[in-house]
Design a protein around this ligand. Structure first.
Ligand code: ZN
Length: 166
């Protein structure tokens, strides 16, 4: 792949705005499940992505960018987290963090690949910088992951409250 500056910026903007949205969704989901702490982590991550997005957008100015294909930037669900069609409604903090981590790694890999496969020094510079930022996000998620309990094997079984009372 040879990445042009405009393609790179378009891709970066799409990825960061996708990340900002997905993190807000995850934060809301964690709040529904009364996990305020994890929700806070996701709100922070959403803010970082939004800031990153605005930063890149301001470099671009009024230039019209190419439109990346949705599958190039939409978040993907790892098999351990749920179905392709969507996230499991009982997603635990552990699964939510794994989901985010998977997609941070995708972003990091895109930036790294762009930096190494380009003839444009600006893409190389930005790609390297952005890849470093994504690596920090992965590390932050890893630290948070180490504090949350691993879900039990039956985490996705919806307990019937009528039966759960002993
Ligand atoms: Zn990130």
């Amino acid at each position: 792949m040879t990445v042009s500056l405009l393609d790179f910026l378009a891709h970066a903007i799409a990825m960061e705005s996708e990340a900002a949205e997905r993190y807000l969704e995850l934060a809301d989901m964690m709040e529904v499940h009364n996990n305020a702490e994890t929700a806070r982590v996701f709100r922070d991550m959403s803010r970082f992505s939004a800031m990153h997005h605005d930063d890149i957008q301001s470099r671009v100015g009024a230039v019209t960018l190419p439109r990346p294909k949705p599958w190039e930037y939409r978040w993907v669900t790892p098999p351990e987290v749920g179905e392709d069609e969507g996230l499991h409604y009982l997603m635990t903090p552990y699964h939510a963090l794994k989901y985010a981590r998977e997609n941070e790694i995708r972003g990091m890999e895109y930036y790294r690949a762009a930096a190494s496969d380009t003839g444009d020094p600006e893409v190389r510079k930005l790609g390297t910088t952005f890849a470093g930022e994504e690596a920090q996000h992965v590390a932050a998620l890893d630290r948070w992951l180490s504090t949350v309990p691993r879900p039990a094997m039956d985490w996705d079984e919806d307990l019937d409250p009528a039966q759960a009372v002993d």
